[in-house]
Design a protein around this ligand. Structure first.
Ligand SMILES: N[C@@H](CCC(=O)N[C@@H](CS)C(=O)NCC(=O)O)C(=O)O
Length: 212
């Protein structure tokens, strides 16, 4: 039996969830761990820096060494293990997947997760309060991020067409969290197709346990 794929990081992380869903989608056994080479490695420690220079997660721990960055990990899983594809073979179509992976993982993540959700999860205000001024200042960008992905999904079931790709796996955990969070307006529900997208995916076998 081949050893399960090891994903370093916490399972609540959006990007860790993207990699978990990729494994589920491809039918690959995996585990989420905080150990590296059998030793516990705390987040943001020297051991973590040794596998990711910016101490981020996820990091995939392979027999050849660590792989940092979600996009690199998703490509590696595709190339090393095959299974149900997460990338099309056509060059233009593949570039579209890269494009929407970047838009989702850089900008949508930045405005929704870093600027708003992280403010609620790790409040940095006085006496541990949420800095509502920061949240309110960020909400217009959340609104435009939701509108951008909703528009991309207006005429197709997935970000890049009729099939789920790596780009969806990066977007899904972000939309799942912001839809569940009570940050006031804007709401995912204002975009019926985006709400339908996330609700549909929440029932899929590759996602249902991870997003629950
Ligand atoms: N560009 C990175 C971003 C990874 C990232 O920001 N991960 C978050 C968790 S979702 C993280 O490591 N947060 C902890 C920190 O910033 O210290 C990727 O795609 O993997």
């Amino acid at each position: 039996m081949t050893a399960p794929i090891k994903i370093y990081g916490p399972s609540f992380s959006t990007f860790v969830r993207s990699v978990m869903m990729a494994c589920e989608f491809k039918g690959l056994a995996y585990e989420v761990t905080t150990e590296v080479n059998g030793e516990e490695v705390g987040f943001h420690t020297a051991g973590h820096k040794a596998i990711h220079p910016y101490t981020k997660f996820p990091v995939l721990l392979t027999e050849q060494g660590p792989i940092a960055e979600t996009v690199a990990i998703l490509h590696y899983l595709e190339n090393a293990y095959g299974g149900t594809p997460l990338y099309p073979t056509d060059a233009f179509a593949q570039a579209q997947v890269e494009q929407w992976s970047g838009i989702s993982g850089i900008y949508v993540d930045f405005y929704i997760v870093r600027k708003v959700l992280v403010e609620f999860i790790f409040p940095k205000g006085e006496n541990g309060s949420v800095r509502m001024d920061k949240v309110e200042a960020a909400l217009p960008k959340v609104e435009s991020a939701l509108a951008i992905v909703a528009e991309q999904l207006a005429e197709q079931p997935y970000l890049c067409g009729d099939d789920l790709t790596a780009a969806d796996l990066i977007l899904i955990p972000i939309i799942d969290y912001i839809e569940k969070a009570d940050v006031g307006k804007p709401r995912v529900a204002e975009h019926a197709n985006l709400l339908a997208y996330i609700n549909r995916i929440r029932k899929e076998a590759f996602a249902k346990d991870i997003l629950s």
